[in-house]
Design a binder for this molecule. Structure first.
Ligand code: FAD
Length: 318
């Protein structure tokens, strides 16, 4: 079933969903099951699986020269999605990125997903490779998520890259996109970012999942701004509990967000790691309850492997 159909069916009730990362190469599917098994009692209708582009590492050879090697640290998104659907009977949402894919490879990936009866995708540009500094597309790949959305939408209308294909099979993908309550870090301002979000919706995107945030007002303001800009699709808040001291710097650096003073103070004052964890859990419960009260369609938790914490929060909220 499509993600947006779950929202319609819920009829105003707030749903819960989770996002998992593929294990590091060499890891097993059991790592994903260990995260999801304890969370399935909360009945998520869908689970997202992230996608990670290949990155480079530099290895020093005996000669002293450094060799640049491309590695994909977390392969397996499509297989994990199929496995999740098979084990739990829920829908899986693979993240589909522009980075590392030619248009042809994207088309073939979408055909695989369609054959696997996976009818939801989150269409993203994808993170830049660490050593590139900025996002670099494949020579025949997409530069922005909007181009990927357009390609998926074209296939939903039976249009393939090869113009000779007539009456092509129409896929049936529900398309999610990313949204940024605190603005995408590259966008010169929020209006610019919203303009492109609106264009992605006009190109065929059906719903938005937001970047994590720790101040609910940012989400409420973002939803208001989207509505004013004419973006009327469901907007799902993305949530992650902040439970460790290093995250005070790491989360703003990685995800370009601000932390509210009250949360910062409480984490700084907490006496030990367990006390900090409790602060983060309470904060996330407070955020979740308010978002639920105010009618968010779904609370989407970035699990990042921290299943016990997510469980403690979900138990208090659902
Ligand atoms: P885009 O929509 O392409 O936007 C990128 C920037 O360009 C924005 O500043 C936008 O305003 C601007 N822009 C958009 N279109 C145009 C245009 N045509 N011309 C000029 N400017 C334009 N990354 C991964 O690698 N794997 C994942 O699995 C993953 N999952 C994510 C899930 C969520 C919910 C979120 C919020 C992010 C995720 N990311 C993931 C990170 C994401 O790929 C990055 O934030 C990336 O930098 C931007 O992706 P986007 O789809 O928003 O890009």
């Amino acid at each position: 079933m499509k993600v947006t159909e779950y929202f319609k069916k819920a009829n105003g009730q707030t749903l819960i969903s989770f996002e998992v990362l593929p294990p590091l190469k060499g890891g097993s599917m059991q790592a994903i099951f260990d995260v999801l098994d304890p969370l399935m009692e909360f009945r998520p209708p869908f689970i997202d699986v992230t996608y990670h582009r290949e990155d480079y590492i530099y290895k020093q050879r005996q000669s002293g020269y450094f060799e640049k090697i491309a590695i994909r640290k977390r392969p397996g998104t499509v297989g994990i999605c199929a496995s999740i659907m098979h084990r739990y009977g829920v829908d899986a949402v693979p993240h589909l990125i522009c980075g590392g894919f030619s248009k042809e490879e994207t088309e073939n990936a979408l055909i695989d997903l369609n054959y696997l009866n996976i009818n939801n995708v989150l269409a993203l540009r994808g993170d830049a490779r660490k050593f590139d500094g900025k996002f670099i597309p494949e020579p025949d790949g997409h530069n922005y998520a909007i181009d990927l959305v357009t390609q998926v939408d074209d296939m939903n209308h039976g249009k393939y890259l090869d113009a000779n294909i007539e009456n092509g099979m129409k896929t049936n993908f529900c398309i999610g996109i990313a949204g940024y309550p605190e603005k995408h870090f590259e966008a010169p301002n929020m209006d610019f970012d919203l303009e492109w979000a609106k264009k992605k919706v006009e190109a065929g995107a059906n719903y938005i999942v937001t970047q994590m945030f720790f101040d609910n007002n940012k989400y409420f303001e973002y939803v208001d701004a989207c509505r004013k800009a004419g973006i009327n699709v469901p907007i799902v808040p993305g949530l992650k509990p902040l439970t460790k001291k290093y995250q005070l710097n790491a989360l703003p650096r990685l995800f370009h967000l601000n932390l509210p003073n009250d949360l910062l103070d409480a984490i700084m004052k907490a006496k030990n790691a367990e006390a900090r964890r409790q602060v983060g859990i309470e904060w996330s419960i407070m955020q979740s309850k308010e978002l639920k009260e105010k009618g968010a369609p779904c609370l989407h938790f970035y699990t990042m492997g921290d299943v016990d914490t997510i469980r403690e929060i979900a138990e208090k909220v659902f």
